[in-house]
Design a protein around this ligand. Structure first.
Ligand SMILES: NC(=O)c1ccc[n+]([C@@H]2O[C@H](COP(=O)([O-])OP(=O)(O)OC[C@H]3O[C@@H](n4cnc5c(N)ncnc54)[C@H](O)[C@@H]3O)[C@@H](O)[C@H]2O)c1
Length: 352
């Protein structure tokens, strides 16, 4: 296959970074987009020749090899199933679905149809995390004992993410899915299950710290214990001012690794008058700043979509951390954390 013919479902935030990644690859051909709004400017920006309001019509009419699902969480299931029924491989944005039943059904349908379902956990393929994988492989910190990971910011830009029904949960699900997914990749590796979890959240609505209009929580933390004894601490919250933080700390028997995906620019800028943009969800852009250098690249979007295209071109299955099975395990673990928070008890299981 010379070029991977791509259809994108969605036309806003995530669709934009998917198209940015595709536009950097010599193997991608952007064929069509389907979304409810923003079609004309989106097609112009990314030079996409065809636009649809109904993704099913796009899937029926266009010859596609790969579809990017970049729409609200509650629609991931229907789009993934429709792509698979049309015989097309799909990349699904996080979380895999809003319910465990939907996620299981998506996997089942793709298995039945023999199509691939990639799970877009960009942390696993970010250049920083790939370097960390290599450092760990050469024994830089010995054996991992404990990993602390978080994604936090001041609140979501998307109305669907403020409602538990259309999001699948609150901040622990919508943001915490990244640290949980990364831990599954780093420590779980598809063979070392999470066996117990303890969670706490603010619970949503009036119980929230700040976002009283969100039906899901605006603060959530969780402790995971893996079968091999390694502990993880994950965090997803909407109460953090000062820009999005994606941070990881890995404590091993022989050393420590700390990584910062969002605030670690090599540029220090002082601008009292301010600039238009520096990093995602920073609430002011003046004074001392650290403007991101190629944010989409550093977050892992460019590498992950290049990797998924390679899987399609060379007929390969994805590695565990970006498989639909890992996406399902993330959902199961976060649901167990919700159960723990609601009951005040540790929840035991076997999540992989
Ligand atoms: N990996 C990451 O770091 C990351 C970052 C942001 C968003 N996401 C994920 O990407 C997905 C989209 O989020 P977003 O921030 O781009 O949302 P958004 O609100 O910016 O855009 C939503 C898009 O979905 C389209 N849409 C809505 N209903 C549709 C339908 N029935 N058919 C076709 N299109 C429809 C809208 O037209 C719009 O283009 C979410 O699942 C989100 O969790 C992932």
């Amino acid at each position: 296959m010379e070029k991977v013919r791509i259809g994108v479902i969605g036309s806003r935030f995530a669709a934009d970074f998917h198209c940015d990644a595709y536009s950097r690859s010599p193997y991608a051909q952007l064929v069509a987009v389907a979304a409810l709004d923003n079609l004309e400017p989106f097609c112009r920006k990314w030079r996409i020749p065809a636009a649809y309001e109904d993704f099913r019509e796009m899937l029926a009419r266009e010859d596609l090899d790969l579809v990017s699902i970049c729409i609200p969480n509650f629609l991931h299931h229907d789009a993934a199933v429709a792509a698979s029924e049309a015989g097309i491989d799909a990349v699904c944005e996080k979380p895999l679905a809003t319910t465990i039943a939907d996620a299981r059904h998506m996997i089942e349908v793709c298995r039945k149809n023999g199509t691939r379902l990639f799970y877009a956990e960009d942390w696993c393929l970010s250049p920083t995390m790939k370097r960390i994988d290599a450092l760990l492989d050469e024994g830089a910190v010995g054996d991992i004992l404990y990993v602390k990971a978080k994604e936090v910011h001041s609140g979501t830009h998307s109305p669907f993410a403020r409602d538990k029904k259309t999001c699948g949960g609150g901040s622990l699900l919508h943001l915490g899915v990244h640290p949980v997914g990364y831990l599954l990749h780093l420590v779980g590796k598809g063979s070392n299950p999470v066996v117990e979890v303890t969670g706490k959240t603010t619970g949503g609505l009036e119980s929230n710290f700040v976002h009283k209009g969100n039906s899901g929580e605006d603060f959530g933390i969780g402790i995971l214990r893996f079968q091999n004894g390694v502990f993880g601490f994950v965090e997803g919250n909407y109460i953090t001012l000062g820009g999005m933080e994606d941070k990881v700390e890995i404590y091993g028997t022989a050393g420590v690794i700390k990584a910062d995906l969002t605030h670690s620019s090599p540029i220090d800028l002082y601008s009292p008058a301010g600039v238009s943009y520096t990093i995602e969800k920073l609430d002011h852009n003046r004074g001392w700043l650290k403007p991101a250098v190629d944010e989409y690249y550093n977050m892992g979007y460019v590498s992950e979509l290049a990797y998924f295209m390679d899987c399609v071109r060379f007929n390969r299955e994805p590695f565990y951390g970006v498989s639909a099975e890992a996406g399902l395990a993330c959902l199961e673990i976060i649901h167990a954390l919700y159960e723990s928070s609601a009951t005040g008890r540790t929840v035991y299981g076997r999540w992989i």
